[in-house]
Design a protein around this ligand. Structure first.
Ligand code: GLN
Length: 506
């Protein structure tokens, strides 16, 4: 029998719809895979066997009764632990939320349940989604399935690793500065950050509310489009949710797979290539551009000079918003409560003791940075200036999208680095997001498509690289058209998916 964990979500949906396998079998196959390899990978913080199998049984019964089901009904999924799930522990990778069980489902989780996707469990992440390597999780490192000595990216390393290790065909991530796309790039998976407001934020534990977006983590572009259509669309619970319907994403992915890009203008962002990008990453990027040209796309160069300041602006805006969002973790309402070791038990002292014990170093660093940037005397110099830079970045995007339908760059400047390599140098860690952050600051959508293995360097046999495609707000369909075309052209060269080349686990 075929190994059900090797099928894409679309393939699994087909065999489920044809009645060749049941959702219970498909779900159990993934739970078995988790049991077999997650001891090494550590993608999951919580595995919800019972919950998943209950959904699977329900879907099977409804299918047997002849009910019309959603296309992805019965296909299991993993959810990043920053998304609240009713009755299922949710920690956001932090000790401060250890043991907290949310009383409600995020809107996107409600939609997954309504469509009949069994939830396999919650995936590991950098604490409160702060990081690029998942090393800032309070619950240990997630390993990159391509090389267990290396990081799976972050903050959503758990979701990316789960999908790359065939523990789940689909996962949910969140992307505030790149946490879906960069893990996608370094694990050879597909990651999409939708247009800001395209997927409800209701029930996401907020890091930076003006930047956060949830989105799909998958092995194929088509799977991402299918999942995006399940979770996306207007939600009255989120005041920033876009009221209009989503563009036709699945249709765009299917069109793209036909490998005809004539009439599509592709803009290479000058500021997001060249210096600072590993030679192997740059080489794969240049080859992918050739493939796009070969399919009829017109490739032009565009310049976005303000992108040079995106990282600096992000690291003022994001900590500022985070310092405010994280104020609610005070030992009174959620999870951990620590009383002072000695002296009076006042509210303020309980808060200090709880936050001191419950937050990790990176979270504390950002709360301090954000509080400082927002303080009365410095507000204009720091937060105010960063907001002005944000406007300039939005203008650069607008000007570039007048010249090109999509913009492209490598997703991340490097391949997966080793554990510990950047842990003592926050700035080096932050630099991994240079190419992904501008999209969050402007609210535009982006996708990372696996586009090869970096040149073997003697030390590694080659590690995955990612190709980033950006589109104007509300034009997420363009990501899928161009992404699916590139994926199809690359897989023709490779003779199959990139992940087929990953080493066997277990
Ligand atoms: N790595 C970036 C940060 O540390 C982005 C995180 C994210 O997108 N959640 O803030």
């Amino acid at each position: 029998m075929t190994d059900l964990t090797r099928l894409s979500a679309a393939q699994l949906a087909d065999v489920l719809a044809a009645g060749e396998v049941s959702s219970v079998e498909a779900t159990q196959a993934h739970l078995d895979r988790i049991a077999a390899v997650d001891g090494d990978v550590h993608a999951f913080l919580h595995v919800s066997d019972e919950d998943a199998l209950t959904t699977a049984r329900d879907v099977d019964a409804r299918r047997a009764a002849g009910e019309e089901l959603h296309a992805l009904a019965g296909v299991p999924i993993a959810v990043k632990d920053v998304v609240v799930t009713k009755g299922m522990p949710t920690t956001a990778g932090s000790k401060i939320l250890e043991g907290w069980v949310p009383p409600y489902d995020a809107t996107l989780v409600e939609r997954l349940r309504a469509a009949g996707l069994p939830i396999l469990g919650k995936t590991n992440m950098d604490e409160f989604a702060m990081g690029s390597s998942t090393e800032h999780s309070a619950y240990g490192n997630t390993k990159n399935p391509w090389d267990l000595d290396r990081i799976p990216g972050g903050s959503g390393g758990g979701s990316a690793a789960a999908v790359a290790a065939f523990e789940a065909p689909l996962a949910i991530g969140t992307d505030t500065g790149g946490s879906i796309r960069q893990p996608g790039a370094v694990t050879g998976t597909v990651g999409v950050k939708p247009t800001y407001g395209g997927v409800s934020r209701y029930g996401l534990i907020a890091m930076a509310s003006s930047l956060d977006q949830a989105g799909p983590v998958t092995r194929t572009v088509l799977d991402a489009a299918l999942l995006h259509e399940v979770i996306g669309g207007h939600d009255p619970h989120d005041s920033t949710s876009i009221p209009e319907p989503l563009p036709a994403l699945v249709e765009a992915a299917r069109q793209g797979a036909g490998q005809d890009l004539s009439g599509v203008r592709v803009g290479v962002v000058r500021e997001l290539t060249g210096e600072g990008y590993q030679a192997g990453v740059q080489a794969r990027f240049d080859e992918s551009l050739e493939l796009l040209r070969g399919m009829g796309a017109e490739v032009v160069e565009v310049s976005c000079p303000s992108f040079d300041y995106a990282l600096a602006a992000y690291y003022l805006i994001m900590p500022s918003e985070a310092s405010s969002n994280l104020a609610k973790f005070d030992g009174m309402r959620f999870g951990l409560r620590v009383e002072p070791a000695e002296g009076p038990v006042t509210a303020e002292r309980v808060m200090a003791a709880t936050r001191g014990a419950g937050f990790g170093d990176e979270v504390k660093r950002r709360i301090i940075l954000g509080t400082y940037a927002l303080s009365a005397g410095y507000y204009d110099a720091y937060y105010g200036s960063a907001q002005k830079v944000r406007t300039l970045i939005q203008r650069d995007f607008a000007a570039s999208f007048a010249q090109a339908d999509v913009l492209v760059s490598p997703t991340a400047p490097t391949t997966a680095f080793r554990f510990g390599e950047k842990l003592d140098d926050p700035l080096a860690m932050y630099l991994n997001d240079v190419a992904t952050i501008p999209a969050n600051l402007a609210g535009v959508p982006g996708i990372s498509v696996p586009n090869g293995l970096s040149v073997p360097d003697g030390e590694t046999a080659g590690l995955p690289t990612g190709f980033q495609i950006l589109a104007p707000a509300k034009a997420d369909d363009r990501l899928y058209r161009v992404g699916a075309a590139l994926e199809a052209a690359l897989e023709k060269q490779w003779g199959g998916p990139l992940l087929a080349q990953a080493p066997e686990l277990g």
